[in-house]
Design a protein around this ligand. Structure first.
Ligand code: ATP
Ligand code: MG
Length: 437
């Protein structure tokens, strides 16, 4: 195979090599799946010595829909042209059919969940929302997420969705199947995941932002009176998160461990090295973490990267999606049991982002800033109330612990914002100041 992968790859949205210089892209493994349909693993190597493995389903001589022609065209070899096959309806259906039939082809394993019904005849189309992966939606019935970066090890998204679906948890998109493989060392490799499509759903972040805008636009209302009052939803979202935590603990266990103070202090140190503005807060933050030394916490499997952008409201329920954990962390770290308070803290942070991202430069004294504060307060409280009701314990019972996890999250955010979205850095900085005051 002699395709111009090195020209095509850097133009893909999910390409992770920006900022480095790509040296070579080499096909490492090719698996024939059907006439004119292949699966290829690509090794991208950079001039700094780093490397990544990607996957692509290649379809030969397809006719992708015009709006996808540019992104889908990989290049020519002889008289034939190679395309990224997920953009082709017939090829996308073929992938679902392979899952439906539990096909093993070379090292690739297409697996349907027991009892799952796959919409093998449904119209298929790539969803254009994602950044790091590519998803194909089959009518309104199923969604296939193709992981673009290929990592060795158990993928927590597939793993936890499988556990939750098999336990009948109503607060996830039911897992219908998966595509996997093994690497040369025999470790599992996740390639894709099929879940039930959440029809007529709205993203939590979009709903929350709408509610905040309504409040800002009303001349004289309080947060709990605005047309878009979100607190009832926040309460139910708290219940949903607690349900998911309970199922994960029942199925995969809980244990007692000391608070990982050293890890928190290490994260603080590396964030402070990257964000000079954090320096004045370091002594107080370190003291807040060290103060937890010797305390025991209950840990279990959790979501790991929970925020309002990872929850979908269907007409029936709140769903948690994307159990991949904190992006960028090694797979083993993401699968380490952790306190449910980390997920709660993630949601609480998101409840500050939603009102404040719209008014980043607004002085604290304005009426809008007061409303932002009230909206966050009302919804954070409602979320914790809902969580406490469903979990049987209140995440606010140990305030210093919850505050430490919020602080840890805000510090991690500060490092992220400083690097990727400096204009949003003030949101994290004001929360860090508040949490330490
Ligand atoms: P990102 O890189 O942005 O985190 P991702 O590739 O990890 O994205 P997800 O976060 O799992 O993918 O999903 C991306 C989007 O696709 C969601 O925000 C949601 O709008 C939509 N989506 C995901 N799963 C479903 C589903 N089961 N039903 C309906 N829509 C879904
Ligand atoms: Mg995601």
């Amino acid at each position: 195979m002699n395709l111009p992968f090195a020209d095509w790859l850097p133009h893909q949205r999910w390409y992770a090599g920006r900022g480095r210089t790509l040296q070579t892209v080499t096909p490492a493994q090719t698996t024939r799946l059907d006439d004119g349909l292949e699966h290829v693993l690509l090794d991208a190597v950079y001039t700094d010595g780093s490397s990544e493995r990607y996957q692509v389903f290649i379809g030969w001589d397809l006719e992708p829909q015009p709006e996808f022609a540019a992104v889908a065209t990989i290049g020519a070899e002889g008289d034939h042209t190679a395309y990224d096959a997920v953009y082709d309806e017939r090829a996308a259906r073929k992938l679902l059919e392979l899952v439906d039939r539990d096909v093993t082809q070379g090292r690739l394993e297409f697996r349907r969940e027991p009892e799952a019904k796959l919409p093998v005849d449904a119209p298929a189309r790539v969803a254009e929302v994602e950044q790091s992966n590519t998803s194909v939606v089959y009518d309104t019935a199923a969604i296939l997420k193709v992981f673009r970066r290929v990592l060795s090890g158990v993928n927590p998204d597939v793993e936890l969705n499988r556990v939750l679906a098999r336990a009948g948890c109503p607060n996830v998109a039911t897992l219908l199947g998966a595509i996997g493989s093994t690497d040369d060392a025999g470790s599992p490799v996740a390639l894709g995941m099929v879940t039930a499509y959440a029809e007529n759903s709205a993203e939590g972040w979009a709903m929350a932002t709408t509610s905040v805008r309504d409040l800002y636009n009303e001349p004289d209302l309080n947060a709990d009176e605005a047309g878009g009052d979100f607190s009832g939803e926040s309460y139910r979202l708290g219940e949903a998160v607690a349900n998911v935590h309970r199922v994960l603990a029942d199925e995969l266990g809980r244990e007692q461990v000391p608070v990982p103070v050293d890890r928190m202090v290490d994260r603080l140190a590396s964030a402070a090295a990257a964000v000079p503005n954090l320096a004045p807060h370091v002594p107080a933050a370190e003291a807040a973490f060290r103060g937890l030394g010797g305390r025991e916490i209950t840990v279990q499997r959790i979501h790991g990267d929970l925020h309002l952008g990872q929850v979908l409201r269907t007409p029936q329920a709140w769903l948690l999606i994307d159990f991949e954990g904190e992006p960028g962390a090694p797979l083993d770290d993401r699968r380490r049991p952790d306190t449910p308070l980390r997920d709660v803290a993630g949601m609480l942070r998101s409840y500050e982002y939603a009102p404040y991202h719209l008014i980043i430069d607004e002085p604290e004294t304005t009426q809008t800033a007061q409303r932002a504060h009230d909206w966050a307060d009302l919804n954070r409280t409602a979320f914790c109330d809902g969580y406490a009701t469903a979990a049987g314990y209140d995440p606010r019972d140990e305030p210093d612990l919850l505050r430490a996890y919020e602080l840890d999250k805000a510090i991690y955010e500060a490092a992220y914002e400083a690097r990727h979205r400096p204009s949003w850095l003030p949101i994290s900085m004001r929360s860090i100041a508040r949490l330490l005051s």
